[in-house]
Design a protein around this ligand. Structure first.
Ligand code: HEM
Length: 300
């Protein structure tokens, strides 16, 4: 982006110290929620219990950014946008940072009384599950650099970093166990996570490149989201699950999360469909150039 260089350890710099636009924008977006929380705190715009407020807001952002981190691979492959890869680590570390701040605010809420804190973490399932997710994320964060790849080798590194999925699932379980009234956002996060996991599954079987497979994934992701949301409400309120599922087709109040998940899956399929001819044309143009240059007198 710019011709000036900065120290290469800065999160928005590349290895040479240059600042790619994509990294700078991603960095600003990553710190925006923290800045906003800080402003609300300073201006006294939080509730009468600011520590609890910040505990909740940082938890929400940790979850959202974790789900976004997992969406990078599907986006990168369907849009053929390899530069997205350069921000994946930044997003992962940001999710971890919001999680750490979240946990620190919980310690604060408990007045840093360590013995009750340990007891709560052991005895309350939603906290034990959150702790498990946090510990996995810390290990992944520590090994997410060149040193980690060197130490573990690429196969070992990939195997270890597969654990981001169990960490995300544990975080979701923690989230679902804490729902007070509204399961809208947890269901949306679960659906988007299912979409990313489904993409990974298709990729392993080499189907991720067919737009039709991606459309099928979109529909399945939507159905999974609707079932998770309805299942949660049916379990917690006892309302008939059929009525809850039917709410997905009532658009008078609020579009249900299942439709956003279908939409996200359709976007992946469209990107795949739209980018495929362009990439194929580029490849064939390149191979034509190679053929011409191979048969040209200069190359003989
Ligand atoms: C040791 C680890 C953790 C502890 C002790 C912890 C603690 C808590 C507590 C006490 C709450 C309830 C706040 C309230 O409603 O009063 C909460 C909410 C939440 N936590 Fe955690 N958490 C941990 C890990 C995580 C992780 C790893 C994530 C996700 C990456 C996460 C995401 C959330 C979310 C989304 C909420 C709900 C926020 C809301 O009500 O809007 N937590 N956590």
């Amino acid at each position: 982006m710019a011709d000036f260089t900065v120290p290469s350890w800065l999160p928005f710099a590349d290895r040479t110290g240059r600042v790619p636009l994509i990294k700078l924008v991603a960095f600003l977006l990553c710190i925006a929620p923290a800045v906003w929380i800080g402003v609300q705190w300073q201006m006294g715009w939080l509730s009468p219990k600011p520590v609890t407020d910040i505990l909740r807001q940082t938890g929400d952002w940790a979850m959202r950014i974790l789900v976004l981190t997992l969406a990078i691979t599907p986006l990168r492959f369907t849009a053929h946008w390899n530069r997205l890869y350069s921000i994946r680590r930044m997003l992962g570390v940001t999710a971890l940072s919001y999680t750490v701040v979240h946990v620190i605010f919980w310690f604060w809420q408990q007045d840093f009384e360590w013995w009750p804190i340990v007891m709560e973490m052991v005895l309350r399932t939603y906290l034990s599950v959150g702790l498990a997710a946090t510990l996995i994320m810390i290990v992944l964060g520590i090994t997410s650099n060149d040193w980690g790849v060197r130490k573990l080798g690429s196969v070992g590194w990939n195997n270890l970093h597969w654990w981001v999925y169990p960490a995300a699932i544990a975080s979701l379980v923690h989230y679902f166990m804490l729902i007070r009234l509204d399961a809208y956002e947890p269901a949306l996060m679960a659906g988007l996570l299912a979409l990313s996991a489904g993409f990974r599954f298709l990729r392993k079987r080499d189907h991720s490149f067919a737009p039709l497979s991606l459309l099928g994934l979109a529909v399945l992701g939507g159905i999974a989201t609707a079932l998770i949301e309805a299942g949660y409400y049916a379990y917690s309120t006892g309302v008939d699950v059929h009525r809850l599922l039917a709410a997905n087709f009532d658009f008078t109040y609020k579009i249900r999360p299942s439709w956003y998940v279908v939409g996200a899956g359709v976007v992946l399929a469209l990107m795949r469909w739209w980018r495929k001819p362009a990439v194929a044309a580029k490849r064939s143009a390149r191979s034509d150039t190679l053929k011409v240059s191979a048969s040209s007198p200069a190359s003989r």
